[in-house]
Design a protein around this ligand. Structure first.
Ligand SMILES: N[C@@H](CCC(=O)N[C@@H](CS)C(=O)NCC(=O)O)C(=O)O
Length: 363
């Protein structure tokens, strides 16, 4: 696939995830730095003003890293990042979704709530995304700082009451991953699987590089710091070809976080969606969050996870149930029956469809 283009920014969470995957799989691409004009074009081509987006050599556009990776896995089946064992396969989908969606809030919070971080990042964003716009640079930087803080921190549930809980998601995750990477190079063995790429989004482009969070990572979890560089530098053609066939015990606390924090959030979001609400204020692990937007996209995430669990062959369903129940994930996964997201009704993803990620924006 010559001339495939990856549109994004060098500081972007999901662009970093996609680049990590493409580099690992050795799929060639040309990186195109976005500006706001190109962003408008991507919206027209993909249905979503979001990065990354990919333009294939045949002119088709794609967006959304999770279905894009699934699509590339079909095109490039060698050295799959989706485990063959059906239970680990499901767990990989679950961890990918958890990691990229649930670490998003702390990643945005650390980047935009702390002064050294917001000054540094606003400069980087303006220099890439808005370089060709005529306004004075200090005004553009002030605009970005305010926009990001309002949209992705204040309106996304971070207030004085939830602040510590949001930070604990990052800190606890570092501890869980540090313990795992003391045992092996990647989450499920000697080479990366989907879950590694899910964590890579926040850990690579935000936490290992943004000033405040990276100080924490280097001191608290040097093994995680080493892992994100290792993933960036690992190639499928030379990665050891060995897969685990049993879920290692050291993954238990990560799965407990999913069952105790993330899935209850996804369920509250899905219930609010079913009731036609635009906002909801969940209680997560005993902490009252302020009102935040209902996300249609994340109703779809829950729906996809339920579908993936149902796809596990009948002969393995009992084991799946036992494995997830023992780690507090099974009942939380099916607490909302038929989430009915209506998100991708024509089965278009990752190609053009109606895609809205963070906000409800139903109008
Ligand atoms: N689910 C999507 C999420 C993509 C996404 O939200 N990207 C962010 C940047 S990392 C974005 O484009 N935000 C739009 C904005 O900030 O206006 C994926 O996996 O690609």
């Amino acid at each position: 696939m010559g001339n495939m283009k990856l549109y994004g920014l060098r500081i972007s969470y999901y662009t970093g995830k996609m680049e990590g995957y493409l580099r690992y799989k050795e799929i060639p691409y040309e990186f195109v730095v976005l500006n706001r004009k190109l962003m408008a074009r991507l919206k027209a081509e993909t249905g979503a003003a979001q990065m990354p987006a990919i333009e294939l050599p045949d002119g088709r556009f794609m967006t959304d890293t999770t279905p894009m990776i699934a699509w590339f896995e079909d095109q490039y089946p060698d050295t799959p990042v989706i485990p063959r064992d059906p239970i680990l396969r499901f767990i990989s989908f679950l961890i990918e979704d958890y990691a990229e969606e649930w670490l998003w809030r702390p990643a945005m919070h650390y980047r935009w709530s702390y002064k050294p971080d917001r000054l540094h990042l606003a400069r980087k964003i303006v220099d890439e995304l808005m370089a060709d716009e005529p306004q004075p640079a200090f005004l553009k930087r002030a605009f970005i700082r305010r926009r990001q803080h309002v949209e992705y921190v204040k309106k996304d549930g971070v207030d004085a009451n939830s602040w510590d809980h949001v930070e604990s998601i990052y800190l606890d995750t570092l501890d869980r991953l540090e313990a795992i990477f003391a045992n092996r190079p990647f989450l499920l063995g000697n080479r990366p699987t989907l879950g590694d790429f899910g964590f890579f989004a926040s850990m690579f482009r935000h936490f290992s590089q943004d000033p405040t969070a990276s100080d924490i990572m280097r001191l608290r979890a040097p093994g995680v710091f080493a892992w994100q560089a290792r993933l960036w530098n690992t190639r499928a053609s030379t990665a050891p070809d060995s897969e685990m066939s049993e879920l290692p015990e050291d993954m238990d606390s990560l799965l407990a976080d999913i069952g105790g924090g993330y899935l209850p959030y996804l369920n509250a979001n899905a219930r609010a969606w079913q009731q036609g609400q635009d906002q909801f204020a969940p209680v997560i692990q005993g902490v009252q969050y302020p009102a935040m937007p209902v996300s249609q996209y994340r109703v779809w995430c829950l729906e996809q996870l339920q579908r993936r669990a149902r796809e596990v062959p009948a002969s393995q369903q009992r084991k799946l149930k036992e494995t997830l129940s023992a780690r507090g994930c099974w009942s939380a996964l099916f607490a909302v029956s038929e989430p009915a997201s209506r998100y991708d009704e024509g089965d278009h993803v990752p190609f053009k469809g109606r895609k809205v990620h963070y906000q409800n924006r139903r109008s």
